[in-house]
Write a new protein. Sequence first.
Length: 135
Amino acid sequence: PLQTKDLLIRWWFLSFTQPGFHRFWRVWNPLLNYALFLFYIVLGGNKRPFLAGFVVFASCGFFLHDLLTLKEVIELDMTISFMIWAVLCDLSRRFRLHEMQEKWPWAANVLVNALLLFCGKEAGSFLWQALSKTM
């Protein structure tokens, strides 16, 4: 039988090796994936995929990250990061980058997905710092 450690390693490995950043996110959170998909459909994901995806990502950033880590003052760096990731996912899906990335070795997909996560997080933090100074 699989141990918890084995499941976590498989989950991380399967997520990061996905070709296409949008596919990474489909696999990333298996516990919330179904609920987020239903939210996406309710928002009109089949008719307005970018808008529905953007709202789902922004909501995750706000409710599951920024609001849960609320201290004295709310910080919206994760909400902004999730908005950036929503745009990157849409571009990945729209330009069918997974078709090109399917031909790459798995390590290249890991590098691209990790780099997009890192850049989105850093850009979100930078933008939040810049915005919060103007408030």
